[in-house]
Design a binder for this molecule. Sequence first.
Ligand code: SAH
Ligand code: SF4
Ligand code: F3S
Length: 442
Amino acid sequence: MEGQIQRGLYIATFGCQMNEYDSKRMEEVLYPSFTPVASPEEADLILVNTCSIREKAEHKVYSLVGRFRALKEKRPGLIIGVGGCVAQQEGERLLKRLPFLDLVFGPQGIYGLGHAVKEIEEGRGPIVLTEMVDGFEIPPILRSMPTPSPIRAYVTIMQGCDNFCTYCVVPYVRGREVSRPKDDILKEVGTLVESGVKDITLLGQNVNSYGKKRGFSTSFAELLREVASITGLRRLRFTTSHPKDFTDDVIDAMAEGPPICDHLHLPVQSGSNRILKRMNRKYTRESYLEIIEKVKGLLPDVSLTTDVIVGFPGETDEDFKDTLSLLEEVEFDQIFSFKYSPRPFTKAAQYPDQVDEKVKSERLTQVIELQKSIGLRRLSRFEGRTVEVLVEGRNPSREGELVGRTTGNHVVNFEGPDELIGQTIELMVERACYHSLRARMR
Ligand code: SAH
Ligand code: SF4
Ligand code: F3S
């Protein structure tokens, strides 16, 4: 383009859906100077989009970046950058630890990538883009890339977080909460749907407080309805909901049905009121269960999922039992469970009563074991039933098989022809597994 050779871009993405969205944005910012390639060996620019939610996530980054160093030794022109939450957390310090890096950039630095890469090529590296501006807004959609559109896509509706749960690093690495204007969101979803996307997930650390801080006249439930009315959109999801801000009008919007999906991810973290208080979650076990009851009342077949932390500082056997009993009471379709991991800047990392690593591991095993039986029981409700499945593609681990998803976000594997990809079809469920369903065409 403009007489320039296109160079290869390889992005390795860690962490949550926000990072997946951001990686897509990096591709857009750098196009057409750089186009995505399939492997780091083919790339002229390698970016690692990092996560620092737990210590383990952070470690993964260092080992991967270390491997890319060998490529740079062979090809000195190769540019290597580290972005995302670890980059924001560490800033300049990363250059000391990884001196061969050319670029360190936080989530807000994405939009300066084009300029930064030019500077590096002209010998003015390394560059650090980790300044955070309060009220930073994601620029509206940039350009659509000439790549085949996926079936599913994410759209960020708000950045950052103001909640300061005492275990969580996100408010420090993502900055304060800022909602995007509704028109930007609608336009972005519209463009994606036009290009063939059928399943959209609206993203934010706390989607239920959408627009409140900025005084937008549109509430989250209203935004959901407006996005839902976009022609051609088959499925609409959202994550993450925070129980303290979750309101009945969202349940009402969900009850209106497709394209809004029959799925709610509502992280509970702990079943003990004492621990919830220490986590600064601002809801109780009772108020959480009240929401669940209402949701189940209006959406009897809803798929519920949650996040759980075990071994938060001060968590006793009694507190932990409260978490187990909550899991039994709610019966989630799936849970994501984590051992508490002390994070930089956070309050809980300073608490004196840290739980022994061995106890954390034992509790995690118990939670996983319990959920295995609950999950299987929950998914068994589909056996012998017909479900509507949006076909997403080939099953990468079994030849001749396709993979799709139900409205409740259950993965479905079945044998079928490639022509079905992108279509919504009815399948007969034969068997439930822990995390997926096996089905056949009718
Ligand atoms: N904004 C979302 C969650 C974002 S992080 C919410 O409020 O629910 C995703 C999950 O990671 C959290 O729900 C929590 O369960 C887990 N998590 C966050 N910080 C953690 C830490 N320090 N140790 C272990 N798990 C953590
Ligand atoms: Fe972290 Fe809490 Fe914000 Fe979620 S709501 S991102 S857990 S601080
Ligand atoms: Fe990780 Fe940052 Fe997401 S810390 S979970 S990538 S917001």
